[in-house]
Write a protein that binds this ligand. Structure first.
Ligand code: AVI
Length: 358
């Protein structure tokens, strides 16, 4: 279903071809500015003409890439999703106290599947849920609609305002009222440090005194555990990594053969990041038609596709400080593998005194 709407305009429920009995419970705001293709051309040109070739990790997530990512989350080796869900099981009720007395927006940046938001909603006593407006923000119209539809089926009192936007660029369009923002999955770890600080600053810029920001972060742990998570035995992460080339082939008329590349993922102890690469199995000349570019890749050379930072508390705190945020609650699992951190904006007069303990 194609929903073309003007910038920032609202689409009525019935215009989306959905069951009209739910009219009024869902609205979509479209802030995607259609520059996606230009940005992709620019990113790929830059990445393929550097000495260390690279492709930004956001290009993993075409329809197949999103499906493969969901499958990664279910592999026995990939601990982050399971651990974050377990933490949410334990702490949802406490987190959702935010809405016990006053309503507001529950904003999910990069919504994807709605598993985690469900945990939060389940932590809220049913009579109170009507006070919550769920605001998923995603660049994928398909994900946004699917997720909103499923939630509205299961949580009848909920109101959903979907925002079709790139949350790394368009946070200023979000509703300005009372809100609990969420950014799950340790996706922050896929940003470079300057990108992460910029992103956190832009979240800080839209926070009011009583707002909260719930951030998922994957923590440092034994290397074997980390490396196994990015080298699952079923090879799903390998397919996910190679699929980035299939995405570029389709979007930009390129002729990469994903099978010409090996999946490479390792923990860099210097940077404390997992690095993912695609390593050429032979000398390759690939054509990217829409860029008018031929790319030479030597056997053994790699294309860098992702970093996934594993945080120490110190590194996390440094990021927060740099962005003007401070911790109001820090929840973790018994092994300390993953953290859910509730943040508040610094430098704002507090209504109820200091912050709550960890
Ligand atoms: C989305 N992101 C947090 C995942 C991660 O673990 O960095 C993406 C991923 N890459 C390989 N496996 C999962």
């Amino acid at each position: 279903m194609d929903v073309a709407v003007a910038k920032g305009s609202e689409i009525g429920f019935e215009m989306l071809g959905m069951n009209s009995t739910r009219e009024g419970n869902l609205r979509i705001l479209n802030y995607s500015n259609g520059s996606h293709r230009e940005k992709m051309l620019d990113d790929i040109l830059r990445g393929m003409t550097k000495r260390q070739k690279s492709i930004p990790a956001k290009y993993f997530y075409d329809a197949r890439g999103s499906q493969l990512f969901d499958q990664i989350c279910m592999t026995p080796e990939y601990y982050p999703t399971k651990t974050e869900l377990a933490i949410l099981d334990q702490s949802a009720a406490e987190i959702m106290q935010f809405f016990f007395e006053e309503g507001g927006d529950l904003i999910e940046l990069g919504s994807g599947s709605n598993q985690k938001i469900r945990k939060l909603l389940d932590g809220m006593p049913r009579p109170g849920r009507g006070r919550i407006r769920y605001v998923p923000v995603d660049i994928s119209r398909t994900c946004l609609l699917k997720s909103a539809r499923e939630l509205l089926t299961d949580y009848e009192d909920l109101t959903v305002l979907g925002v079709l936007a790139d949350f790394t660029q368009h946070l200023s369009v979000l509703p300005r009222g009372r809100k609990l923002l969420t950014f799950f999955g340790s996706t922050i770890g896929n940003l470079t440090e300057p990108e992460a600080v910029n992103f956190l600053r832009s979240v800080r810029a839209i926070m009011n005194r009583d707002d909260r920001f719930l951030l998922g972060m994957d923590m440092l742990k034994p290397i074997e555990i980390i490396e196994a998570a990015y080298n699952d035995r079923q090879g799903v992460t390998c397919d996910f990594n190679r699929n980035i080339l299939a995405h570029i082939d389709r979007e930009l008329g390129a002729d990469f053969d994903p099978e010409d590349f090996e999946h490479l993922a390792f923990f860099n102890t210097g940077t404390e990041c997992v690095e993912m690469h695609l390593k050429a199995r032979r000398n390759i000349t690939a054509r990217i038609e829409d860029l008018g570019l031929s790319v030479e890749i030597k056997k053994g050379e790699t294309i860098h596709t992702e970093i996934s930072t594993k945080f120490s508390r110190k590194r996390a705190q440094r990021l927060f400080q740099g962005a003007g945020l401070s911790v109001s609650r820090w929840v973790t699992d018994p092994k300390g593998w993953f953290s859910l951190i509730e943040l508040e904006a610094n430098g704002m007069e507090k209504r109820n005194g200091g912050s709550r303990g960890f």
